[in-house]
Design a protein around this ligand. Sequence first.
Ligand code: FHN
Length: 431
Amino acid sequence: MPKDCGQRWWKEAKFGMFIHWGLYSHLAGEWKGIKTPHLGEWIMKHLNIPVEEYEKVAEEFNPTEFNAEEWVNLAKEAGMKYIVITAKHHDGFAMYHSKCSKYNIVDATPFKRDPMKELAEACGKKGIKLGFYYSQAQDWHHPDGYGYGPVPNEEKNFEKYLEEKCKPQLRELLTQYGEIGLIWFDTPMIMSPKHSQELVELVKSIQPNCLVNSRIGNGFGDYMSTGDNMIPALPYYGDWEVPATLNDTWGYKKDDNNWKPPEKVIKLLVKINSRGGNYLLNVGPDGKGVIPKPSVDILRRVGQWMAVNGESIYGTKAVPVFPYEMEGVMFTHKPGKLFMHVFDWKKEIRIHCLANRIKRAYVLATGEGVDFIQSYTPSSKQHRVSFRLPENRPDDLDSVICIETEEDEVKLDSLDTLLAPWPRAVTNTHQ
Ligand code: FHN
């Protein structure tokens, strides 16, 4: 359960936009004719670009097409409730006007604008929560940052980096842009428990309601970020979120076109929600500040679905594991409602072991009633329900049937009495 109202919006949100955007976006996965086979935002490290050469990318970075309102509108259109954007990634470049390091988008590029300020304003207008990604340990630009140059990390003064850059920049991010929903830390590396605690305290001392994710390290934080694109195999009732890519990179790469189609995105959203998590889905704008068209198209299609079926997503809670597997069907749930997401449309769907008393069922998109027959077999202690679906499939991607139940919680029969132990000690003697 949420600890305070600072966390409540996040629990209800379920779907957010991650944005990886920085100098690497300008390189688009290629440096001096060499293409990185890895993540776009890691190009500096993977292609061994010296600091002084990478710095020069800033002189060319001029994202004149950037339009904060367009990005925020896209998130809103997609049904996303929050945005988390890279204020500083591992390359150490601040994508906002930092007073404590000239290595920032206002002072070091011809662009000279502060996109975080513009985004904060646009988010405020549209009612979208804004969070900042901040790479707290890895900094490939500060001589004492983790991962800087060829110097072994053990020989660096990590504390110096924390005091000189990390903490002052966090203070800036928490004081220059109004109310911030969360700080998304990443790759804690050599952070000690004391370091992690200090950063959490710093955040909370300035904005007590600002959330912190688990990648602050050492067990601190308000909620867990799973591994990238990693979905827990079972429902998990804590607060967690899956950071995920729409193709195979976070930062823009011109050659990565392995886009997940809208159907896949909706399936992932439903799967993550059904297990109790949030889905933080990434877009990687290019060096001009444009979100790639395939991303826009996919998110708009997902948004059309969300506009009609959002009730089955927002504010939902983890669904317990049904005893039997079901092909082409997943469930989300909120008190008194079970949402059956039908990916493979058919005339009839039978569910075994759903023990709730069903009040009514209908197609969420249209309100059209769905007939059903419920039964209970005492000898096997099992409930069954059979739904007769309408002739026409309401949505090509995912048609949602809302099942209203007498009880708030999902009730399931257990297979224990049937399956275990078997063979039974006492067998049937009536031959
Ligand atoms: O190294 C980063 C990576 O570039 C990206 O930002 C992801 C997003 O979750 N986090 C780290 C790897 O887990």
